[in-house]
Design a protein around this ligand. Structure first.
Ligand SMILES: [Zn+2]
Length: 334
């Protein structure tokens, strides 16, 4: 049993309370390799932002959970080397789908876990979430629950349609489970294809697809029922068009990739939404940079020569999110 506190990590409790009060949101960036982690830590350290490192089940399978845990421990030291005396870094399990998986992460040094029972019948979701909370809270580990179903694909989590969160259920769910934060469904979704073209309309100036707005009435309803309670948005990549264009220019084939407009996320970050999950945007930034090098320098075969630019491009993206969308910069104690 390893306690996250010994690794220099923190849970989400104080971080979320401060974010709600301050009207900003904490970035939750997924990682599964070294370059991503370097970019995340460099961006968050240089902007003095707290950060949540997310590990999905797929990432655990890809990179090995032991290695990821040590990488997170290394991340704390790296942040200090970069001049962050008091980094606030959370190691979080994204979309835990069983008690056993959550327990294994907690035992290994994670400071926060998500138990996603959103696809289960309501009572089973409550029972599973409560079981995880009861275990996690013994070790001061935070737990994120989910009500409502997001459309899209994330690892093995696939759903055809959204089911918006029902505000009338949230008080009962939070009271019965004791969870520390709640992921809700208001129209965000996983992946780089969040909306079908027929759901969107075209911007007359740019010809780009504009997605339907998020259901802020559902968010308002939840906040009314649970004043001051930490809310989480999954599937909140914006799918930057310049990255999509670069990918397509250099041989990629991403058609009609659409994300959540940053304007809407900026609005959400100012509310009780205190954790915003971003994964696809970093995948796009990485792929765009790699494709560009491959196309422009076909003789290059040193991985550092294409993973380096990929890392730089991700760092730029993470900084942009922190500074211009979430507003989590300059929130660390010096
Ligand atoms: Zn998610």
């Amino acid at each position: 049993m390893i306690n996250y506190k010994d690794l220099g990590l923190v849970n989400t409790k104080e971080m979320f309370a401060k974010a709600i009060k301050g009207g900003y949101a904490i970035p939750a960036f997924n990682f599964n390799n070294m370059e991503q982690l370097q970019a995340i830590i460099k961006a968050s350290s240089e902007t003095k932002s707290p950060v949540i490192l997310q590990v999905s089940k797929g990432a655990r399978n890809y990179a090995n959970q032991t290695l990821l845990r040590y990488m997170a421990e290394g991340a704390v030291q790296y942040a200090k080397e970069l001049g962050c005396e008091h980094p606030e870094i959370v190691l979080h399990l994204d979309h835990g789908d069983s008690f056993e998986l959550c327990k294994s992460c907690i035992d290994m040094g994670f400071s926060s876990v998500m138990i996603d029972g959103s696809q289960l019948p309501y009572d089973e979701n409550v029972a599973l979430t409560k079981k995880v909370v009861d275990y996690a809270h013994q070790f001061d580990v935070s737990v994120e629950g989910e009500l409502g179903v997001l459309a899209g694909v994330e690892d093995e989590v696939v759903a055809e349609h959204h089911t918006y969160t029902r505000p009338e259920e949230v008080v009962d769910f939070v009271t019965k489970t004791g969870c520390d934060s709640l992921a809700i469904s208001i129209g965000t979704s996983h992946g780089a294809y969040k909306f079908k073209p027929e759901q969107c309309h075209k911007d007359p100036k740019t010809g780009r697809l504009i997605p339907p707005p998020l259901a802020f009435d559902v968010l308002d309803g939840v906040m009314k029922e649970l004043p001051g309670f930490p809310i989480v948005l999954h599937g909140s990549s914006s799918v930057p068009q310049e990255e999509v264009d670069t990918i397509n220019k250099y041989g990629g084939k991403l058609e009609a990739a659409v994300g959540i407009p940053e304007e809407e996320l900026r609005k959400a970050a100012k509310s009780a939404v205190c954790k915003i999950n971003i994964d696809s945007d970093s995948r796009l930034a990485m792929t765009a940079a790699v494709r560009k090098v491959f196309a422009e320098k076909p003789a290059e075969f040193d991985p550092r020569k294409y993973l380096g630019p990929a890392r730089d491009n991700m760092e730029k993206l993470y900084k942009h999110k922190i500074l211009n969308v979430l507003g989590s910069n300059d929130k660390l104690a010096n």
